[in-house]
Write a protein that binds this ligand. Structure first.
Ligand code: FE2
Length: 388
């Protein structure tokens, strides 16, 4: 076996670590661009005040909570380039805010449209020509893992696609993972983001593309922590110890997908989110079981091992793994078909469009799954996803 492992992001993990942000930021300079979704600006206010008092020159962008579109990023970066230069970007929020910070680190140092840097399966990305701005990430959810990944997911509102920038140069310099920021997460967000993190860990672990022992080490541990703590954190959302467990799992899962990426579930869930505007974590939560049901007999050895390692199951079988996973997704409240979640007009033509999008733009992750499905296999999973 041969492998390489690199995680250039420093992780500062704990409770109230956020109080040291100004100190960490001062290493990079005074001119800070602070990215925060509108709906959690109150949570950010003390941090913004603290940075301002430390004589940082602060520009705050309050963005819509949805995943950033390439059109928005191009417009925002053009405006920002007119106004100021920056030494550092801070991404405060869930995956959308952190991905926006990473995408802006490229957009503010380059002139081409940001969509050209997205790595689509049918089109190689444009190479970077400059060093992106440094980024500090501060997650306020426990799911995306974006605080430690070199990825930024972009929506394209014109083509109704999602594309991912995959660029080692946008690994955040520092991730501050602070459980004191997590105790106000709503129940449904706690649940969906936990399943997204579990899916990252699972897909990185079963991914067959290359030897990646660290992905498996982090992935198994992340899945185990989520399986052991999800019920408790849903019942006790203010418990900082439980929030720390979930944050640790999410960061471990992010490290796993940084080492070896996602597979079929994310290949379907991303275009599903682009076509329906469904939040990423929910799209992943509803797609996971249809993919894993179809995978059961093709990944029996690895799923049997994970049944034992993740769920401490004596049966140690793929069928038992899927049963345990289904219970976890039931607990999160997402084990239902899309036909029970979307309006009739949203479902109209969705199966064809989704299969078409996966096969045209997201076929590369399909090759990393224990079994590679062609169009008919993907259609069968999508039918299960829509109709149950
Ligand atoms: Fe995800």
């Amino acid at each position: 076996m041969s492998y390489s492992f690199n995680l250039p992001t420093q992780i500062v993990f704990g409770v109230n670590e956020i109080d040291k942000l100004a100190e960490h930021a001062s290493v990079y300079g005074d001119r800070i661009l602070f990215i925060c979704p509108k709906d959690i600006i109150a949570l950010a206010r003390p941090i913004i005040d603290n940075l301002t008092q430390s004589r940082s020159k602060l520009t705050v962008i309050e963005h819509e909570p949805a995943e950033p579109s390439c059109q928005y990023i191009d417009q925002l970066s053009a405006e920002l380039k007119q106004q100021a230069s920056f030494d550092l970007i801070v991404g405060f929020g869930g995956g959308s805010a952190m991905d926006l910070a990473k995408a802006l680190s490229i957009a503010l140092s380059h002139d081409e449209p940001i969509w050209l840097y997205a790595n689509l399966s049918n089109r190689p990305p444009l190479a970077l020509t400059n060093q992106p701005l440094p980024v500090i990430t501060i997650p306020t959810t426990s799911g995306t893992g974006s605080e430690v990944t070199p990825y930024a997911v972009l929506a394209n509102n014109e083509t109704k696609q999602k594309g991912t920038i995959q660029e080692p140069a946008i690994f955040p310099k520092l991730a501050i993972v602070d459980a004191s920021l997590l105790t106000n997460m709503p129940q449904a967000l706690t649940a969906s983001t936990a399943i997204d993190a579990f899916a990252h860990a699972l897909e990185a672990t079963i991914n067959i593309s290359k030897p990646a022992p660290m992905a498996e080490l982090f992935g198994v541990q992340a899945m185990k922590i989520i399986a052991d703590n999800l019920a408790a954190v849903l019942a006790n959302p203010k418990d900082k110890d439980l929030r720390q467990h979930m944050a640790h799992a999410s960061t471990l899962a992010g490290m796993a997908i940084s080492h070896r990426g996602t597979t079929t579930t994310h290949a379907i869930a991303e275009p599903l989110g682009a076509l329906t505007k469904m939040p990423h974590a929910i799209a992943v939560a509803v797609t996971t079981m249809p993919v894993m049901r179809h995978s059961e007999k093709h990944a029996s050895a690895v799923l049997a091992r994970l049944d034992s390692e993740v769920f401490a199951s004596a049966q140690a079988s793929a069928a038992s793994f899927n049963k345990n996973l289904e219970s976890l997704i039931n607990l999160a409240g997402f084990n239902k078909p899309l036909s029970a979640m979307l309006a009739d007009e949203q479902l109209l033509g969705l199966a064809d469009e989704l299969v078409d999008n996966v096969m045209r733009f997201k076929f590369r992750p399909l090759k990393q799954h224990p079994i590679e499905w062609g169009e008919e296999g993907v259609r069968s999973i999508v039918n299960d996803l829509i109709h149950g």
